[in-house]
Design a protein around this ligand. Structure first.
Ligand SMILES: Cc1cc2nc3c(=O)[nH]c(=O)nc-3n(C[C@H](O)[C@H](O)[C@H](O)COP(=O)(O)OP(=O)(O)OC[C@H]3O[C@@H](n4cnc5c(N)ncnc54)[C@H](O)[C@@H]3O)c2cc1C
Length: 286
């Protein structure tokens, strides 16, 4: 799969990404649908969905129906977190650790991060990172803080411990276990980033002050402008035209990532429009 060049890559396993993938399947495109989880964590959290036409039930029930349809339509899902999207001649390269995917067009459907840390965007590229493999080597023999959203990122913290002198791991979940001796782990989270010009440390929600040269937020999603260099955003959302195109030719966006209202029907509708626009774009650029 890695050497294959897809017509389109859809990033994000939520309802926007799924609807785009469903439409691309109907267009008979050769596409990659990639995300951390099919149907996203947010769908499973909704206690009661009251605004989805013809559906009455919980988010979990809606996810089960979507999964039934996905299986019947034979839409493949690739489980991976994409850590970078790079424009190349006639398309894009997507990286996930050491794995590289290639596609002629991209639909970004990565949702929104509702919880953000004060100061994080000011220190991007100056000590704040969202990707251990991309930026880890910058912290050889230095001290870093890693905030982990789930146990899925423990391997990345261990990887960083192999490079850095000391790693403070702040876990937003219970029961974390690490092998590396230079990891000091606690159940805590970053409250604020400190520093002038560059990161010098963090204040934690638990009230600790940790001196560090860098902070890694290891979680499912990163801000869209971090994921895709040169992507135009406004108030943290990807700036799109009515056809879901962005300022980068061949790159479209759909769902919560483009702005409010944050709702399933809006996300699904935009996923559909983005797939139509990809279809047109591929036709025009052949
Ligand atoms: C508790 C709760 C209840 C809600 N109830 C309702 C409701 O009743 N009705 C309603 O209309 N809306 C509701 N919403 C809002 C709804 O969940 C969102 O509008 C919808 O999920 C947006 O879909 P999306 O596909 O744009 O993004 P998401 O569902 O957020 O999906 C994006 C996916 O992309 C993944 N991702 C992000 N970055 C990457 C990356 N770099 N690589 C790979 N994958 C990545 C994320 O992990 C996620 O799985 C609710 C939200 C919450 C939190």
């Amino acid at each position: 799969m890695e050497n294959e060049r897809f017509d389109a890559a859809v990033i994000g396993g939520g309802i926007a990404g799924y609807t785009a993938a469903l439409a691309l399947k109907n267009f008979k495109k050769n596409f990659l649908w990639v995300g951390t989880e099919p149907f996203g964590e947010k769908l499973l959290k909704a206690e009661r969905v009251k605004n989805f036409p013809s559906f009455m039930g919980s988010g979990e029930e809606l996810a089960a129906l979507l999964e039934k349809q996905r299986a019947a339509e034979e839409i493949p899902f690739t489980k991976a977190k994409i850590d970078g999207v790079y424009a190349e001649k006639g398309g894009f390269l997507l990286t996930s650790g050491k794995t590289v995917f290639s596609a002629r067009s991209v639909i970004l459907a990565t949702g929104v991060e509702t919880e953000t840390v004060k100061g994080a965007s000011d220190f991007l590229g100056r000590g704040v990172s969202y990707c251990a493999v991309c930026d880890g080597s910058l912290y050889k023999n230095r001290t870093i803080v890693c905030e982990l959203s789930s146990e899925n990122y423990e391997d990345e913290a261990e990887y960083l411990a192999g490079i850095a002198k000391k790693v403070y791991v702040l876990c937003k979940y219970r029961g974390a276990r690490f092998r590396a001796e230079n990891i000091e782990a606690s159940e805590d989270a970053v409250a604020q980033i400190a520093g002038e010009g560059r990161v010098s440390g963090v204040l934690t929600k638990g009230g600790k002050r940790l001196e560090a040269d860098g902070v890694f937020f290891l979680k499912n999603s990163a801000p869209p402008s971090v994921l895709v260099g040169g992507l135009l955003t406004e108030d943290g959302h990807v700036k799109v035209a009515r056809d879901m195109s962005t300022n980068l030719a061949g790159l479209f966006a759909a769902g919560d990532v483009t702005g409010r209202p944050y709702q399933y029907v809006k996300a699904a509708g935009e996923g559909l429009v983005a797939a139509y626009s990809v279809h047109d774009y591929l036709h025009r650029s052949t």
